[in-house]
Design a protein around this ligand. Structure first.
Ligand code: GAP
Length: 442
């Protein structure tokens, strides 16, 4: 099963999804670059998440806060102290971290795996602002995007004239100096988070926690994740994040085991009350109707873009022994099919002339490609036999392949091949944009 990961890593590189960072210098530990297909898929995930939050929920607004903030933010949030600066050992197998003075065993108390050497460990990535590298100019790359949301709680509340309950969502890079980055893009030191902070009355926090938990699970199912590969897990108090009163992880069944793809947290008033205390600015909310002044509780949904992207690749990757087409004797190799949901697929349409050595066909196919390009992310491919090109289309999960053949020259039409059924239908070129829009959006 672990083999599946290496196959996906290889496909991701071969077909332009994900490349190792700084490869010509031998790579850079745990760094990955998203290639032309990877960046499209990432954009699709972010766009789907953003419109889910903003369009499907009335009281959610967006924000894009700076990565670099005052180091006082991280002091107040507990990231420089609580649970982040202890002497830790980490299990090399299951990645559980333990405070050195709290365990007696030499091996991991959970799984018996080998432990790393004890060290003072803080996940924050330190950097310097300005030309002088001294303590006064030290700050950190953000370890979670939500702190920028808390910094703007009052700005957003006032400028948008919002009332509790409401949410602020944000997408952006986060950085953690992980001890053991691992499992391809699952655990890296630089990743992109999509976070919602939902501000509500403390008495309503359980209701909203359950609401957002359901909403988030529904989102993954809507995007085609197989039910049996998805679960939620209530995280016990001793392994919860330092700010969480309650934590439920949404987990995916990766070939290396169940892994967290998203965390739902009840952060209580941890953040707003700590920032009030440290900054001297009263961040309590005043309810005009009840005249009550209180710190709202926060329900957070937090996911890195890379983990669901990885899960979608794993979930949809299929190998078909002997090939998908049983009609020709020549197709006896293993064929790869990536059955990505249409909205996630990086390339929506491939345009293929039937053969390469007929200039009229090439000309017509290029006209079709030009016609479609402003509407869909598409790819033009004339290299190799048509069978081989269909396989390349299946391998990148493009939902539709269009073939311009000899009939096309007479009838001004072409065939649309459906990736999943392999059925082909003829469509007039003048109707193409409309038909494809219906198929992709329907
Ligand atoms: N603001 C809350 C927060 O950051 P978290 O559970 O530490 O909570 C949330 O992280 C999500 O961010 C995770 O579920 C995962 O999707 C992603 N994430 C965290 N650390 C990561 C890493 N080192 N590499 C990739 N993604 C990561």
């Amino acid at each position: 099963m672990k083999d599946k990961i290496s196959k996906i890593v290889s496909l991701a590189k071969r077909r332009g999804f994900i490349f190792p960072s700084s490869e010509i210098y031998g790579g850079f530990e745990s760094g990955y670059d998203f290639g032309p297909l990877g960046v499209e898929m990432k954009r699709n995930i972010k766009q789907l998440w953003w419109s889910e939050m903003i369009k499907n929920h009335e009281d959610v607004v967006g924000l894009d806060a700076a990565i670099l903030m005052s180091p006082k933010v991280w002091q107040a949030s507990g990231h420089l102290t609580a649970g982040f600066a202890d002497t830790l050992v980490e299990c090399k197998e299951c990645h559980k971290r333990f405070k050195k003075d709290e365990i007696k065993e030499k091996a991991c108390p959970e799984c018996g795996g080998e432990l790393t050497k004890p060290r003072k460990f803080n996940l924050m990535m330190k950097t310097f602002v300005g030309p002088v590298e001294e303590e006064a100019s030290e700050t950190y790359l953000r370890a979670e995007t939500c702190q920028g949301i808390y910094m703007n709680f009052e700005n957003v509340l006032e400028s948008m004239r919002l009332k509790i309950p409401f949410g602020i969502c944000q997408i952006g890079k986060a950085f953690r100096n992980e001890i053991t980055p691992k499992n391809f893009i699952f655990r890296t030191r630089e990743f992109e988070q999509m976070e919602l902070q939902w501000f509500c009355h403390p008495k309503e926090v359980d209701k909203w926690f359950n609401f957002w938990k359901k909403e988030r699970v529904k989102w993954y199912k809507k995007l085609g994740i197989k039910k049996e590969n998805l679960r939620t897990r209530e995280v016990p108090a001793k392994t919860r994040a330092h700010y969480a009163k309650r934590q439920v992880d949404i987990e995916y069944k990766f070939p290396f085991g169940w892994g967290e793809i998203e965390g739902i947290h009840n952060r209580g008033d941890w953040d707003l009350s700590n920032h009030s205390e440290h900054s001297g600015k009263d961040l309590r909310y005043f309810d005009e109707e009840t005249k009550e002044k209180y710190f709202p509780y926060i329900v957070e949904t937090s996911v890195g873009v890379e983990r669901p992207l990885f899960a979608f690749l794993v979930d949809t990757y299929q190998e078909i022994k002997g090939g998908r087409t049983k009609t020709t004797k020549s197709t006896k190799e293993i064929e790869i099919l990536l059955k990505l949901h249409k909205s996630l697929a990086p390339i929506k349409v491939a345009v293929l002339p039937l053969v390469r050595n007929k200039p009229e066909l090439i000309k017509k196919a290029k006209e079709v490609y030009k016609l479609l390009k402003p509407h869909f992310v598409c790819q033009y491919d004339e290299i190799g036999s048509i069978g081989r090109r269909y396989r390349r289309v299946d391998e990148i999960g493009a939902p539709f392949a269009l073939t311009v053949d000899f009939e096309s020259l007479k009838q001004n039409d072409l065939t649309i091949r459906d990736r999943d059924t392999m059925k082909q239908e003829r469509v007039k070129i003048e109707d193409l944009v409309k038909v494809l829009k219906e198929k992709l959006e329907g």
